[in-house]
Design a protein around this ligand. Structure first.
Ligand code: ADP
Ligand code: MG
Length: 475
């Protein structure tokens, strides 16, 4: 059959080439045969499947024992080929006329399409996962990102609680919108939800993918002139999770499509979960309607991590890695690597790998050694004087207030921030820092560090203030 271009031959290329169409025009007998088979397909496969997949099939040609039948989309062809073609072929064979083979070809501008007869394939619950897989719509889940491995602290407690609710209750809020800076655990939480749903409610169709992939697949569907299937699949899931939604900023047609999907799902009371690097109201380049709809449900933010959370995560990771890491090393890392959790984990991995390769113990010294480059940036010999000056400037208080015993919050708070930064950015001990702040006790410094840590977790604008200060000092 090679002259016909094999399985992928399109009618256009067959007709356009060496052989004239009349060569294969089906005889009246063959037409009658096809009509018979066509009608019995409805009975054989049932009305739902027939209407979704088989109805548009149209007889094109017949040659040397091969019956050629066309469908309007590539996806439909693939689907029929994997699910029904064998049985249909058998039915043709049984109907006589010496039909041995069945060829399915894709014809753009297919008759059924022009007559508006093609219905979007009805996505049945039993096949939506398979369709999504065929079309490569969902993204794989990271087996490490589970609820069990997610450490909860003040900064992520709300997001974690919301994520747990989504798993326990049926659509408690719609959508759930999780946002926060890079590497703070948004993707981890999304995957945790998906894993948990798969385990506890396996009947639910859960789809997780990044907004980038959503766009890519949407564009691909447009190119293949098959957005119908794309739309149908997305509108048939029970839980749709889109990560990094900020990606579709400025991508108008993708947003439009997402907006329709979003509305269709909400109308059916299907759960939507979205993650972004900022709040809905801060998403520039996203249509106002979509932005406001995204904040209709629960908006949960993840703040910068606290020392305690970082320490908790490091302990969990060490257990996961199956290595004993001395507590002072973990404390040191939690104190020094504050930018994001990914970097924190990276630092721990490096130390563990180094110890493994060199067959040496993990110590505070080896840690400082291995992480030299990472730590240097935060250790640029910043002095306490400098910190006090910058902080005083920032909060508009006098430098003298850094040493004074005044307790008014307007000066006490900046003083605590300065102590916190001194602990983070210098190698000074707590008593040394206390002495530099008007001879205070080391417990006062400790209290200040704790207090600031708490405020960072609770108050986003305070956290930002501290972050800005830290950057100006280290940058
Ligand atoms: P984001 O999506 O917010 O950028 P990720 O979810 O990819 O961040 O997290 C980055 C890394 O930090 C991952 O390895 C993740 O497992 C880890 N991580 C973040 N937060 C936590 C947490 N609370 N507990 C345990 N691991 C965490
Ligand atoms: Mg992420």
């Amino acid at each position: 059959m090679s002259e016909f271009g094999g399985n992928n031959a399109s009618v256009v290329s067959i007709y356009g080439q060496a052989l004239a169409p009349e060569t294969f025009d089906p005889t009246p007998e063959v037409r009658a045969l096809w009509e018979k088979v066509y009608n019995s397909m409805r009975e054989e496969f049932g009305e739902a499947i027939f209407r979704s997949w088989l109805k548009p099939m149209a007889l094109q040609a017949c040659y040397h024992g091969t019956l050629e039948v066309s469908v309007p989309t590539r996806f439909m062809k693939d689907w029929i080929s994997t699910h029904y073609v064998e049985r249909i072929r058998q039915m043709c064979k049984e109907a006589g006329e010496g039909i041995e083979r069945l060829e399915i070809v894709v014809v753009h501008g297919h008759a059924a399409e022009e007559n508006n007869e093609v219905e979007a394939p009805k996505v049945l619950k039993s096949n939506v996962n398979e369709m999504a897989e065929k079309m490569d719509l969902s993204s794989p889940l990271d087996p490490r990102f589970k609820f069990e491995t997610f450490v909860v602290g003040k900064s992520n407690a709300l997001a974690h609680a919301a994520a747990s609710r989504v798993v326990e209750c049926n659509v408690p809020f719609n959508p759930l919108f999780i946002y926060g800076g890079v590497g703070l655990g948004k993707t981890h939480l999304m995957h945790a939800i998906a894993w948990e749903l798969k385990e506890k409610q396996p009947e639910k169709v859960v789809m997780y993918l990044s907004a980038e992939k959503f766009m890519y697949q949407f564009v691909k569907a447009i190119r293949a002139q098959d957005t119908m299937t794309f739309k149908e699949v997305f509108r048939s899931v029970d839980v749709l999770m889109i990560d990094d939604i900020q990606f579709i900023a400025g991508k108008d047609s993708t947003q439009e499509e997402f907006f329709h999907t979003f509305n269709a799902l909400v109308d059916q009371n299907k759960q939507i979960i979205i993650a972004a690097d900022r709040a809905p109201s801060e998403l520039q380049g996203i249509d106002e309607r979509l932005r406001s709809r995204m904040s209709w449900g629960l908006v949960a933010d993840i703040h910068s991590s606290t020392y305690d959370l970082r320490l908790g995560i490091l302990r969990t990771r060490a257990v996961q890695l199956g290595v004993e890491v001395p507590e002072p090393v973990l404390e040191f890392l939690a104190l020094k690597v504050t930018s994001n959790i990914r970097e924190l984990e990276g630092a721990l991995n490096r130390i563990v790998a180094h110890a493994d390769v060199t067959k040496s113990e993990i110590t505070l010294e080896s840690t400082q050694d291995v992480l030299q480059d990472l730590l240097r940036s935060s250790d640029r010999r910043i002095t306490i004087d400098e910190i006090q000056r910058r902080v005083a400037e920032h909060y508009n208080v006098r430098i003298a207030d850094m040493h004074s015993s005044r307790r008014a919050r307007s000066v006490a708070r900046p003083r605590q921030v300065a102590m916190y930064l001194a602990k983070q950015l210098t190698a000074r001990s707590l008593p040394e820092i206390g002495r530099k702040f008007g001879g205070r006790d080391h417990t006062t410094v400790m209290h200040a560090v704790k207090k600031v840590d708490e405020l960072i977790a609770e108050d986003a604008s305070f956290a930002q203030d501290v972050e800005v200060l830290r950057r100006t000092l280290t940058g």
